[in-house]
Design a protein around this ligand. Structure first.
Ligand code: GLN
Ligand code: ZN
Length: 764
């Protein structure tokens, strides 16, 4: 019998119950018992739902209060000093949250012995998803041992409600590869010390009564460091020996195994899960390499996107493995999709029919498993409906005008008229700015007043005219303040924008938005990505009104503010019937129209933000060049419509630039602003080494911190910047937008920045 399996379920709850409970606990309103009760109720709900859907292998231990990588580190005693853990016994909740968020100065922290200065562990992206995990900080002194067994507990919790679950562990090799050591040495060297702790965890899981355990090794689909194959052999020999009665399912996802397939096929595990959504071509080689007496779990339902599965195609793919011992599963954990469509009452029904969130995907998995065992006829009505939905979707998504426009794009359209050296002279003549011009990244504080204004418009308690009048007043105040403070290139402040992607998506054709489509980004933080379902076009100008209004108030050049095509794509759920590259080009043309309108209205500077540019990089090195080529080209298509004397800026948040600096240069923005404060200008090294020719605004104020930097501090940073890139190429700005800060910080910080720029100018 084919097994219907799931790899992991969203944790946050259909109405973000976990977020509410965490926020209330952190605010000191809810108790630890309240928080744990909410968590346990959420787990019970997910178990019941998965069982009720007919899932045979229901995951457990996939839940985490904050992050599963942090939980893994805490279970194995990988807790650095300075967080109040004495080296014995389970890690307290206070310590876990201090590791996750840094010390907050609470009484609970003091009671747990956590010093007030404890900073959070580094957080980084979980592979190419928008989930962020905490990077375990290990050292040669880390003494791994099982402090408590959350997976065995999860199995027992399942039994208590009548379900035999399949616990999920992050595998030891991926755990180490995702960690960092204090010594800077390769963490994989710590494997021999870690394996006994994993072995003990598996024995506990077996004792708790589990028959299968899922061990996730997503690093198997990435380019691995030397020694990784040997590490996998060592690890799985040890784990298989630890609990001989327990069946190990080695789970891989987010890509194909590539040349690790041979190694993986030789590991002593009972089953292997492969991602056939991202890498369908790996099915044939896997069938050839994987022993027929062992289980194969086919990830044919997309765990990364929100579209209904093409059941006929998925079934046909899975049937190529017919005769094997099979599981049908999502491609990866369902953590990365929203929970349930049931709450989305506001969506266009034609679109809603095309979607499947986590809950709906469970039913697809069960159907496909049945289709394999009982034949197509057994699920004929579902297949027919799936065919109809897909045909209707293709027809609805297509706008002939967009196709015509795309077909008429020429290479010249992505090419500025003159090289930077010529443009910069024309721009300087038009702008008459001082050296080291001071500007900001775009947004100003989203105060309670700003949010209330937008909220009232959304609820219909004020008219659009009343809303606009309020926004104009805020914008006018911001312009007046920037003039007084001495900001050379003011911005309108982005008060009217809820979010830098949503604001544009809501005005573009082809986009839709959910009400409850929350996906965990980190901890209690969730995002509800827009859905790009159809051809994208711009029915009307989107930002022109605000930029023109701001410009009408000042003689200084106001910087128009747009979100770039690569970021609009990266932070959305994207249709899959056409290549991502094509969707990105459609967005680029829409942004291009906006850029042209801004220029025609007299705006001399336009910033096109691309904070997600680096994020879009594929996991494997071999796939990166293709992405970078089209991503750069889409940015240029959006930007290159302007005259020489109109200046194009772009902005990227914290990112490593070394390996993509050539591509950053190829974007050919006249000015790029980046986040450099925390790295003490180290990040400029990439630009220095490349002899990056265009202008750069290295951030001199870390807007992630409430601390207001002093003049001297910023002068110091600017001097370090000027040592790396020519001073006449430098701009002066914060690291990112100021929307999360208050005016009490923004006013003095910007005044200090202006003072710092003036000091440096005097030295030039
Ligand atoms: N212009 C945007 C802002 O200032 C940029 C935000 C970002 O880089 N994430 O808010
Ligand atoms: Zn930014």
């Amino acid at each position: 019998m084919t097994i219907a399996a799931n790899l992991g379920y969203p944790r946050i709850g259909p109405r973000r119950e976990l977020k509410t409970a965490l926020d209330s606990f952190w605010a000191g309103k809810g108790t630890e018992a309240d928080l744990l009760a909410t968590a346990s109720a959420l787990r019970a709900g997910s178990r019941a739902l998965q069982q009720g859907s007919g899932i045979n292998h229901c995951p457990s231990g996939d839940f985490a209060l904050y992050d599963h990588v942090l939980d893994t580190a805490c279970a194995f005693g990988a807790v650095p000093g300075g967080y109040g853990w004495a080296g014995e016994g389970p890690v307290s909740l206070a310590t876990q949250f201090a590791l996750a968020r840094g010390a907050r100065g609470s009484e609970a922290e003091a009671a747990a012995g956590i010093p007030p200065g404890a900073v959070a562990l580094e957080m980084t992206k979980w592979f190419d998803t928008n989930y962020h995990y905490l990077v375990p900080r290990l050292s040669h002194a880390t003494c791994f041992r099982l402090l408590h067994n959350p997976w065995a507990d999860a199995v027992r919790e399942g039994f208590a409600s009548g379900t035999r679950t399949r616990p999920v562990l992050l595998g030891p090799v991926s755990f180490l590869l995702l960690s960092k050591t204090e010594e800077g040495t390769p963490p994989l060297a710590l494997l021999p010390g870690l394996l006994p702790a994993y072995a003990e965890a598996l024995r506990g899981i077996a004792e708790a009564g589990a028959t299968w355990v899922q061990i996730d090794e997503p690093c198997l689909v990435t380019d691995l460091p030397p020694g990784a194959a040997e590490a996998y052999r060592l690890a799985y020999a040890a784990l298989a020996a630890a609990a001989p009665g327990l069946k190990l399912l080695l789970a891989t996802y987010f890509g194909g195994l590539g040349d690790m397939l041979g190694t993986v096929a030789s590991l002593p595990v009972a089953g292997l899960h492969i991602d056939l959504v991202r890498a369908p071509a790996q099915l044939e080689p896997t069938l050839a390499a994987w022993p027929a007496d062992r289980w194969l779990s086919l990830g044919v339902v997309d765990g990364r996107n929100i579209w209904r599965t093409d059941l006929r195609a998925a079934l046909a793919l899975a049937q190529r493995a017919a005769g094997r011992r099979l599981m049908i599963a999502p491609s990866c954990s369902l953590l990365h999709v929203p929970q349930s469509l049931k709450l989305e009452t506001g969506l266009d029904p034609a679109l809603a029919r095309r979607l499947a969130f986590a809950h709906e995907k469970l039913a697809e998995i069960v159907l496909l498993a049945r289709g394999i065992d009982e034949g197509e006829a057994a699920i004929a009505p579902a297949l027919k409906e799936s065919d109809a939905v897909i045909a209707a979707a293709r027809a609805a998504a297509h706008d002939p005008a967009v196709a015509r426009r795309l077909a008429s794009v020429t290479p010249e359209m992505a090419q500025r008229r003159s090289p930077f050296a010529t443009r910069v002279l024309a721009q300087q003549a038009r702008q008459s700015l001082p050296k080291l011009p001071v500007t900001t990244i775009g947004s100003f504080p989203q105060t309670a007043e700003v949010r209330a204004l937008r909220g009232r418009l959304a609820r219909g308690t004020i008219t659009a005219a009343e809303h606009d009048a309020g926004m104009e007043r805020l914008t006018a105040e911001a312009i007046a303040w920037q003039e007084e403070t001495g900001v050379d290139v003011p911005v309108h402040g982005e008060f009217e924008r809820n979010d830098m992607v949503k604001y544009f998506g809501e005005q573009l054709a082809g986009y839709a938005f959910t009400k409850h489509g929350w996906v965990q980004s980190y901890g209690s933080r969730c995002v509800a990505p827009p859905i790009i379902w159809g051809d994208v076009s711009r029915p009307a100008p989107m930002t022109l009104r605000w930029a023109s209004y701001a410009q009408s108030l000042t003689s200084r050049p106001v910087k128009g503010m747009l979100t770039g095509p690569v970021t609009m794509l990266a932070w959305s759920f994207v249709r899959e019937d056409i290549p991502r590259e094509t969707v990105c080009r459609q967005i680029a043309l829409a942004i291009r129209d906006e850029v042209a309108d801004l220029e025609a209205a007299g705006i001399a500077i336009v910033q096109i933000d691309e904070p997600a540019f680096r994020e879009g990089l594929p996991l494997r090195q071999a796939d990166r060049a293709a992405y970078l080529t089209w991503a750069v080209d889409c940015f240029r298509l959006a930007a290159a419509v302007v005259r020489d004397d109109t200046q194009i800026h772009t902005h990227m948040c914290y990112a490593e630039f070394n390996d993509i600096i050539g591509d950053i240069a190829a974007m050919d923005a006249d000015v790029i602003s980046i986040e450099t404060t925390r790295s003490d200008m180290e990040l400029l090294g990439a630009f220095e080494g490349f002899a990056y020719p265009n202008d750069i605004g290295p951030g001199v104020w870390d807007i992630h911190s409430p601390r207001v930097p002093g003049v001297e501090e910023m002068v110091g940073l600017l001097r370090r910047a000027a040592a790396r890139v020519p001073a006449e190429r430098l701009w002066v700005n914060p690291d990112c937008g100021c929307k999360t800060r208050g005016w009490a910080e923004v006013r003095p910080a910007m005044a200090n920045m202006v003072a710092a720029a003036r000091i440096l100018r005097a030295e030039l």
